[in-house]
Design a protein around this ligand. Structure first.
Ligand code: ZN
Ligand code: ZN
Ligand code: ZN
Length: 325
């Protein structure tokens, strides 16, 4: 993510800021990707409720991101308001990343996805929430904003990484597949790398969960264990990683910590299919892991990226900027 300038004092602002250190309240304008003076631009109707800092857009006074949320968690359960706020913050970040490629902007002709942001905490008890994507509807369990609970689940599932940002990137990847599927040349190239996505999904998932520990060498072709479950899951996991790496490199460039080594100067989103840009992102990930260890923290990017996975990442990075045509 890039950093921004305060419209009043030109000081540095970060994506989630509601006000500048100089005292100026600000609103983020997703169309222009700048912060504006909150006294001159109407903020999202959710600004007071969940600290949404985007500008209002269209009817209802909601911003472009909040307007995509069809279902909010049950707010009669007090705890859900804070969980929902955190989920919306992660969603805004990921949507703003995709907007760099024109997706969900005014020039995108397609309908955006719809989000059901549900909580396991419901009036009178608990209810299971199945996260997933179906036909443009994305369901996210906002209880995963609870750090202790999410970390416990991550441990139980044997995953190296689990965040709301990761969930949004993974589920949006399924939606982006639907956008790319009809495009000339996409499916044959996809199948050559990821396999036949028409394979029975339910049976594949069942076989995956019954199979126990993965075969030796699985990392040569898959970025995560779950990516082995089905070509659709391989795609979603790989897209999530392409988005992690692109955004890490972009954030590093914004902080003058790294420059994308691509032909195009300094923008990780400009030339994403360039293998030097990918190499720069992976080098950066190793450097950030080393930094995290100096604080005694887990690796920032706890993954091994093999040559086979690099090939898939380059394919994803070649196609994502073409979603809007
Ligand atoms: Zn300022
Ligand atoms: Zn909003
Ligand atoms: Zn999935």
């Amino acid at each position: 993510m890039e950093t921004f300038a305060c419209p009043s004092c030109s000081g540095t602002l970060y994506f989630e800021n509601l006000a500048c250190a100089c005292g100026q309240p600000v609103v983020w304008d997703p169309g222009a990707r700048v912060f504006r003076d909150a006294d001159q631009v109407t903020g999202c109707a959710n600004r007071a409720g969940i600290d949404c800092n985007w500008a209002a857009a269209g009817s209802g006074g909601l911003c472009a991101s909040c307007a995509m949320t069809r279902t909010r968690p049950d707010l009669s359960v007090r705890r859900n308001a804070a969980l929902w706020a955190e989920a919306e913050a992660a969603k805004r970040w990921v949507l703003a990343n995709l907007m760099r490629w024109g997706i969900f902007t005014a020039r995108d002709p397609a309908s955006p996805p719809v989000f059901d942001l549900l909580s396991e905490l419901v009036a009178g008890g608990r209810e299971q929430v199945m996260m997933g994507h179906a036909d443009g509807v994305i369901t996210i369990n906002v209880l995963e904003a609870d750090t202790a609970l999410r970390e416990k689940r991550r441990d139980q599932l044997g995953e190296p990484y689990r965040t709301l940002t990761g969930h949004f990137r993974h589920e949006l990847a399924h939606y982006l597949f639907l956008r790319l599927e009809p495009r000339e040349g996409f499916l044959p190239a996809f199948r050559a790398l990821f396999g036949d996505e028409t394979a029975d999904y339910g049976a594949a998932l069942e076989a995956y969960y019954a199979s126990g520990s993965p075969p030796a060498g699985w990392q040569e072709s898959h970025v995560s264990e779950y990516a082995r479950a089905h070509p659709h899951e391989d795609w979603a996991e790989t897209v999530a990683h392409a988005l992690h790496l692109t955004d890490m490199l972009d954030s590093a460039a914004a902080m003058q910590l790294a420059t994308p080594r691509s032909q195009v100067e300094g923008d990780a989103y400009d030339d994403p299919a360039d293998e030097h840009t990918l190499a720069a992102a992976l080098d950066l990930a190793i450097a950030m892991n080393h930094m995290a260890r100096s604080m005694g923290l887990p690796d920032l990017y706890p993954f091994v990226v093999s040559a086979g996975v690099r090939e898939k990442l380059l394919f994803v990075r070649e196609w994502l900027p073409r979603v809007t045509g």
